[in-house]
Ligand binder design. Sequence first.
Ligand SMILES: [Zn+2]
Ligand SMILES: [Zn+2]
Length: 642
Amino acid sequence: MKIKITLPDGSVREYPKGTTAEEIASGIGKRLGEDAVLAKVNDKIKDLHDPINEDTNIKIITLKDKEGLDALRHSVAHLLAAAVMELWPNTKRTIGPPIENGFYYDFEFEAPISEEDLPKIESKMRGILPTWDRFERSEHSAADAKREFHGNQFKIELIEELSKDGKKLSFYKSGNYTDLCRGGHLPSMKMLKPDSFKLTHLAGAYWRGKSENPQLTRIYGVAFANKKELDDYLKQLDEAEKRDHRKIGKELDLFSFNELTPGSPFFHPKGAWMFIRLQSFLRELYPSWGYQEVITPLIYDSELWKTSGHWDHFRENMFEVEMDHKKAALKPMNCPSHILIYKTKARSYRDLPLRITDFAPLHRNEIKGTLGGLMRVRKFSQDDCHVFCTPEHIKKEVRAHIAHAKYVYDVFGFDFRVELSTRPENSMGSAKMWEAAEKSLKEVLDESGLKYNLNPGEGAFYGPKIDFHIKDALGRSWQCGTEQLDFQMPQRFNVEYTGADNTAHTAVMLHRTVLGSIERFLGILIEHFAGKFPLWLSPVQIRILTVADRFEKYATGLKNEFEKNSLRVEVDSRTESISKKVFEAEMERIPLIIVVGEKEEAANSVSVRTLEDKKIKFGIKTEEFLNRVLDNIKNRDLKFNI
Ligand SMILES: [Zn+2]
Ligand SMILES: [Zn+2]
């Protein structure tokens, strides 16, 4: 009997029934046979050794695929547990899954261990590794399994759960180490390079994530296909740590947080200036985008949230307050506010598209443990625009929004990619409407020439959407902008317009942003630029250093002149050495450092050093320098060339 196997390139091959994925991989090529980790059979992950008995699609998974790396990382978690059990035999093991970039394993140690123990564990792992090859699977009854893990209440709990309906439990044995596991390993540990993994840190973790349970010790590690990938990752991690916006935010005195209002940033003068600068940047663009800015309330009666659906679906994330002895809440999004403005008068198709935008603060009651600097906050503002339009407008609107996003991201030097998410299962609105909307989004994306990924079924229940993901200097991806079509909210609120046919129609609503949360965008910018902002965005643009205190008057005169042109300038006239003053200005990441002394004063000139490329130019006429600075700021250049 032959079966037909369809490969990812669409080609079909015939094999005898019972062929394994391993044989198929080796048949395609020796290299693929060696690199194969798992197989995806009809979109399900299978072991390489499982026989295949029917016609099917198959994809061979290697360490280039996420699933392959997951198998490698999970296999290293076994190795970690084996090493820990050899070093501290009375330890109780729990679980060890793969995670992004690595793995962890949770243990209950008899006596606490510290991060200083990690090298010892790591070298034990390397010692054990050569004695391991394949993971041998065996099946056991619950009673057998409990005997094996006698005294380990964590594994016993898992065994009881997994064997509830009399199911057998699978064990995997590698070398002398056996663990309860459902599978997903490397076909051979020979594929794991001894220098391609590293233990990184310890953390406390509650058993099954519940605070009423015992606290365990979690050992984290990272693992990759080879040493180079591990090294690249560690280097990037190191760079990311140096650029951490919380660290730089503190060094540059941009913002702080206070336990009295967790997750709500305090922007200090310099941070606030940057925040406002971002808003002003957009406000300058708004007239040409046809946007009209509004100012709206923060607190609304719960009646509004019932109509919008938030009371049923989002209430946990809202801060509730009382207003006129009734329940009310702080708004988590602006959409209903803009609908209320829309509905203050009758609208005709001739009034559309109507584009309303708002920087109002929004509040979302995020879980405290998930808050992180500016990236995840409870209070934030968005460049939040809502377009009310007719179905015929959609295409043109989407096209315009892509152009807006591209323009803005270019200013910061961000590349971006686009994702299109389509109709999910529990969608609202007619199939016809969805098809038309998705078709117009696709057409616009195709004609834009942008590469985009399709996420079938990942759209919001109220409409399809496109998301913009920007790529920062470290190659990390951040979703910022979005354009979401919404057929639902306009129906809930009866958002109507009079059509050319003189009858009432329900408007289409587009929810859109370019920056997204401005707080978060600022966090991204701090890390992207490592605190070395372009001149137009820099909270201090120029610092004037005097070579001796008798030049203070000249320095102050320059400062006044620059400030008249709205520049942000500081003078350092302390009796410190110039090298020390330059060093400090560099540490504070001030983009332009001016040094003034005898020659400069006599010629009404300045000597300029740039932070970014550390170039120095002597004796530039003050007026020329000022003009070049103003030009640079006006153009929002990324660099200042002297
Ligand atoms: Zn396992
Ligand atoms: Zn909205």
